[in-house]
Design a protein around this ligand. Structure first.
Ligand SMILES: N[C@@H](CCC(=O)N[C@@H](CS)C(=O)NCC(=O)O)C(=O)O
Length: 262
């Protein structure tokens, strides 16, 4: 009689928040790779659970996502998604050539470097370049800081980010610069997509999880005019193709939501 050793598959647990763009990239990667995973929702808005000690022990920067593969904890989306691709069976989500992989990584960095905070509020400002939601969030963070002095490190960093965001929003040229960078990225994607079905070439890669989540976010903020009425037609067709993939709904990609949900 033959005995086969039973190797238990490592449990995969994603700590995430549904509408977070980085969490959507990670979920798309898990789904496209065919990896079964469990989710633990971290309420980064109302309950501010990302600052709780149990979570900052996993993710000291107090952000989602965090991925656990067995006992291993991985943070930062740019590290998480290649790790998923390398760890599990399933379709390769990285181009086979060094040149292709480098181009994919460059696209991912481009997507990640945009200022999504500015994009979110740019069209929701009052006449003085102020967003009441951002101001309220700053007050909420200060209240959390007063209530939980032991969480100062993460909260101070977040309060500084909130203040930087308020300063950027008050500066029309700064807002225009960030919006322009996002728009230029869409134009660059269109050039690639004129010759290829995916943003890194002939097959779906990790860069497509980033591009899909970013385009969904642009649409949510009303920037889908960038690929309407004949503008960037290859991005328009690509967006429809990504929506039609099973991973769009399985990973819960969101392209419409209230600003308080994100
Ligand atoms: N570099 C980090 C950034 C993650 C990040 O900024 N996550 C946002 C949600 S998209 C977050 O957790 N924000 C918590 C907060 O604003 O307090 C990554 O790629 O994982």
């Amino acid at each position: 009689m033959l005995y086969f050793p039973i190797v238990a598959a490592k449990q995969v647990l994603l700590y995430d928040y549904p509408a977070s763009i980085c969490c959507q990239m990670t979920r798309l990667t898990l789904v496209e790779k065919g990896v079964p995973y469990a989710r633990h929702t971290v309420d980064i808005m109302v309950k501010a659970e990302q600052f709780e000690p149990w979570y900052t022990a996993l993710n000291p920067r107090a952000v989602v996502p965090t991925l656990a593969i067995g006992d291993e904890i991985i943070t930062d989306t740019l590290r998480i998604v290649p790790r998923i691709d390398a760890e599990f069976d399933g379709p390769a989500l990285t181009p086979p050539t060094a040149e292709g992989a480098a181009a994919m990584e460059a696209t991912m960095r481009d997507v990640m470097s945009l200022h999504y905070g500015v994009l979110l509020y740019a069209r929701r400002l009052d006449g003085n370049g102020r967003s009441q939601t951002v101001i309220d969030r700053g007050r909420f963070l200060r209240e959390q800081r007063a209530k939980h002095p032991e969480r100062a490190e993460a909260l101070d960093r977040r309060m500084a980010g909130n203040e930087r965001l308020q300063r950027a929003l008050a500066e029309p040229a700064e807002v225009e610069r960030h919006v322009g960078e996002a728009r230029a990225l869409v134009a660059r994607l269109d050039q690639t997509l004129a010759g290829f079905p995916f943003v890194s070439g002939g097959s779906y890669t990790l860069a497509d999880t980033f591009a899909t989540a970013a385009l969904a976010r642009f649409r949510m903020h009303g920037y889908d005019t960038w690929w309407q009425n004949g503008a960037n037609p290859h991005v328009a067709a690509y967006y429809t193709r990504m929506q039609e993939r099973a991973s769009w709904s399985e990973a819960g990609v969101v392209d419409s939501a209230d600003e308080r949900d994100i």
